[in-house]
Design a protein around this ligand. Structure first.
Ligand SMILES: C[S@@+](CC[C@H](N)C(=O)[O-])C[C@H]1O[C@@H](n2cnc3c(N)ncnc32)[C@H](O)[C@@H]1O
Length: 277
C-alpha cells in the first residue's frame, strides 16, 4: 500500500493511469522482488505502489531526466522553476531552446528538467509531443493559473526516490525486460493500439509506436511468461490486441481518457488488462 499520500504524478502525461488505477491495483500481486515499469510516463502506478526496489524506464530522455533531478537536486529544481513565467512570448522562447543545439547543450541538467516541467504545465492540454527532429512542438496553453511549482509533491517524490532503491533508465522496453528475474513483477503500459486511424495518440516519441512494436512487446511477454515472471499489461481493447494476447487472461475495463487532441476521441474507451497469473 502507498506509504506517503503526497507521492503522486507531477507531470500531465497522455495515457496517464489515474482513471483506472483502482482496477490495476486489484491485480498487482501482494509480494514480489523488484518492480519493473518500462513505460513509466507520469508514473501513476509506481507512485500508488511505492515499491522499495524498482527499475523504471521511459524512452523519453527529458522525462527521465526530470525524475533523476528530483532525486538528486529537488531544491535546485524548485529554485529554477520559480524563474518561469506563464506568458506567451516567454513560453515560445523556452520552447525554442531545443531548436538551437549549441544553446541547448549549455543548459545544466537542472535547467533542462525545469524547462520540461514548465512546458508540461503551460502548454496546450499538457501534451508532450515532439516533431521528427525531436523538437517540442505543442503550442502555448493560455491557462490562467497553471501549477508550475508543485512544491509538496515534488519534495515528496524526491524523498521517496532517495529512500527507496530505484534505477531510472532511458532505453527501449525490450532491453529493460531482458534483465527481469523470476520473482520480479512487471507492469507494462505501452502507447495504446489506436482505436481508429485518427483517434489514437501514440506520438510521445519522434519514432512513434506502431503495430510492429506491439508485436515485439507481445514477444517479450512470452519470454517473461516462459521465465515464470508475472506481468500485467494495459492497452486498448481493439480486435488486434484481443487477438494478439488471446493465450493470456484478459479483463476488459472502461476508462475515460482525459487527453485527446480531438474532441471525439474523449469519452468512454474500453481497455484491457492482460496478465499471466
Ligand atoms: C501510455 S504511456 C504511459 C503512461 C503512464 N503509465 C502514466 O500513468 O502516465 C506510454 C509511455 O511509453 C513511452 N514509450 C514509447 N515508446 C517506447 C519504447 N520503445 N520503449 C520504452 N518506452 C516507450 C512513451 O514515452 C510514454 O511515456
Amino acid at each position: 500500500m502507498a506509504e506517503n499520500y503526497f507521492v503522486m504524478p507531477f507531470v500531465k502525461w497522455a495515457g496517464g493511469k489515474r482513471q483506472i488505477l483502482d482496477q490495476i491495483m486489484e491485480f498487482v500481486p501482494e509480494t514480489f522482488s523488484t518492480y519493473y515499469e518500462p513505460f513509466l510516463g507520469g508514473g501513476a502506478v509506481l507512485f500508488a505502489l511505492q515499491p522499495q526496489k524498482a527499475v523504471v524506464n521511459d524512452i523519453c530522455a527529458e522525462l527521465m531526466l526530470v525524475y533523476e533531478i528530483i532525486r538528486e537536486d529537488v531544491e535546485g529544481l524548485l529554485a529554477d522553476l520559480r524563474r518561469h513565467k506563464n506568458e506567451k512570448d516567454y513560453f515560445y522562447c523556452i520552447r525554442a531552446l531545443d531548436r538551437y543545439p549549441q544553446k541547448y547543450k549549455k543548459l545544466t541538467p537542472v535547467q533542462r528538467a525545469s524547462r520540461m516541467l514548465y512546458l508540461n504545465k503551460t502548454c496546450f492540454n499538457g501534451l508532450y509531443r515532439v516533431n521528427k527532429k525531436g523538437q517540442f512542438n505543442v503550442p502555448f496553453g493560455n491557462y490562467k493559473k497553471p501549477n508550475i511549482i508543485n512544491e509538496d509533491i515534488l519534495k515528496a517524490a524526491g524523498a521517496y526516490f532517495n529512500q527507496a532503491e530505484i534505477k531510472f533508465t532511458c532505453q527501449d522496453f525490450a532491453a529493460v525486460l531482458e534483465e527481469v528475474e523470476r520473482d520480479d513483477f512487471v507492469y507494462l503500459d505501452p502507447p495504446y493500439d489506436p482505436v481508429s486511424e485518427t483517434a489514437g495518440f501514440t506520438g510521445y516519441d519522434k519514432d512513434g509506436f506502431g503495430r510492429k512494436d506491439q508485436i515485439r512487446l507481445k514477444e517479450c511477454c512470452d519470454m517473461l511468461h516462459k521465465k515464470g515472471v508475472r506481468f500485467l499489461l494495459s492497452n486498448a481493447a481493439t480486435q488486434f490486441i484481443l487477438d494478439l494476447y488471446r493465450d493470456y487472461k484478459i479483463e476488459i475495463i472502461q476508462a475515460k481518457r482525459a487527453i485527446s487532441a480531438r474532441a471525439e476521441g474523449r469519452g468512454e474507451v474500453n481497455e484491457v488488462l492482460v496478465m499471466n497469473f
